[in-house]
Design a protein. Structure first.
Length: 72
């Protein structure tokens, strides 16, 4: 399953990550950038380290799990 991770910096200088399942692909960097700006402008999320103050990065992450047969 793929996820879109949005990484922000909060007031304390810590990285805060929000993950969204099943992002629309191909991703639109301009739309993600605008959405992240809006999240900061609207003060949409609270963190223990204070308000979100800056964008750090965004990425699509895919996790693949494969069982290993141990012959047990």
């Amino acid at each position: 399953m793929k996820k879109l991770e949005l990484k922000f910096e909060n007031y304390d200088g810590k990285t805060v990550t929000y993950s969204l399942d099943q992002p629309v692909e191909p991703v639109d960097p301009a739309a993600i950038n605008a959405a992240m700006d809006e999240i900061i402008a609207q003060n949409a999320f609270m963190t223990s380290g204070g308000d979100l103050v800056a964008k750090k990065s965004a990425r699509v992450v895919e996790r693949i799990v494969e069982d290993v047969d141990l012959g047990l």
